[in-house]
Design a protein around this ligand. Structure first.
Ligand code: ISE
Length: 343
């Protein structure tokens, strides 16, 4: 039978996933949604295609016998207890990033999962499912360009929905994607992280360090530079350039499709006809669709694909070090240790 999915949390991403599950994902039935904001949950449940039960308490949804698998899109701060509840019941879960808020809690999640003897958690690093990122990964792995020496990653948001998106959140919620991409594309761990603070944009709230430039030193000696700029006021721009010994490759340049020029109101320079996605829901729409479909298909087979709780933990450890570096500007070593319990 189709996988019966419950969605916990209907913020920006949760709502997007509700619509995705209700209309675009095969072999899955959206059966329930839970959010402390029952009104918002009800509005979504009433949308065409959704028509599902609203359960006020997320823990009740997780415990519901009619729910085979959980898509967790609640705020990171409540992930730990919700993940532990899923693991205790043996319920597979697709957990939006960040896995948890700190290294210690993410290690608890891994250890619970391993104690249960079954990998249950896929982490929502959707870029791994983006066709362009996947091609870049394939190219680097093929060895055609030789050894990869550097990555240059750019991550700009038009603006952030939460006005209190603080400096630490830029590390924990935005840089975390670059952390995962660096680990995944290069196939190795990050040894140290340094976060540098340029003069902030005047569009950031007083005291918020935006943009941020970070440098990852990888275990092999490769270096990754990152710009994260969440109040760029231009659009959602996510790019990655890999520089290898025998060539380089860039992804994330908006496809130009038809090339048209137009005059700018008031005269002066023209502009080209391409647009920039306003946010991640459109830029990574295909990635999210592929990610959720892969999760549903693997879960029905009793398998797990994509980023695991270990990937979630590793990225949390790097971001914890990144937050420490943010305060001082100095490089901070990343201390990753293996979990005590093996599956
Ligand atoms: C957001 O939480 C995401 O995950 C987006 O992918 C990212 O671009 C954004 O900066 C975060 O706030």
């Amino acid at each position: 039978h189709p996988l019966r999915v419950g969605v916990v949390g209907v913020g920006v991403m949760g709502a997007d996933h509700v619509r995705r599950l209700a209309t675009r994902i095969a072999n899955a039935t959206l059966v329930a949604i839970a959010d402390p904001d029952a009104e918002r949950a009800q509005e979504l449940a009433d949308e065409p295609g959704a028509g599902v039960r609203v359960i006020a308490d997320p823990m009740e949804l997780i415990a519901d016998d009619g729910v085979d698998a959980v898509l967790l899109a609640s705020p990171g701060a409540v992930h730990t207890e919700q993940l532990l509840a899923c693991i205790e019941r043996g319920t597979p879960v697709l957990c939006e990033k960040p896995l948890t808020m700190d290294s210690e809690s993410s290690m608890r999640v891994i250890e619970a999962e391993r104690a249960g003897g079954r990998a249950l958690v896929q982490v929502g690093f959707m870029r791994r499912f983006d066709p362009e990122y996947a091609r870049l990964k394939q190219l680097l792995d093929s060895g055609d360009l030789g050894r990869t020496l550097m990555l240059h990653q750019v991550h700009r948001n038009l603006t952030v929905p939460n006005p209190h998106f603080a400096s630490e959140m830029i590390v924990r919620d935005s840089l975390v994607h670059e952390v995962d991409c660096a680990r995944w594309l290069l196939g190795e761990e990050i040894a140290s992280v340094q976060v540098i603070s340029p003069t902030p944009t005047r569009h950031a709230l007083e005291g918020v360090v935006d943009p941020q430039v970070s440098i990852f030193r990888m275990a092999s000696g490769a270096v990754v530079t990152n710009e994260v700029f969440v109040n760029s006021r231009t659009g959602y721009e996510v790019r990655c350039e890999a520089v290898a010994e025998s060539g380089s490759a860039i992804i994330g340049r908006p496809a130009s499709g038809i090339y048209t020029t137009r005059t700018v109101p008031g005269g002066g320079a023209g502009s080209w006809g391409g647009g920039i996605d306003p946010d991640y829901r459109t830029r990574f729409e295909r990635a999210y669709d592929l990610e959720v479909q892969a999760w549903v298909d693997a879960t029905r087979r009793g398998e797990l694909v994509g980023p695991t709780s270990w990937d979630g933990h590793a990225s949390t450890v790097v971001c914890t070090a990144g937050m420490e570096s943010l305060a001082t500007g100095a490089p901070v070593d990343v201390a990753l240790r293996a979990p005590a319990i093996r599956a």
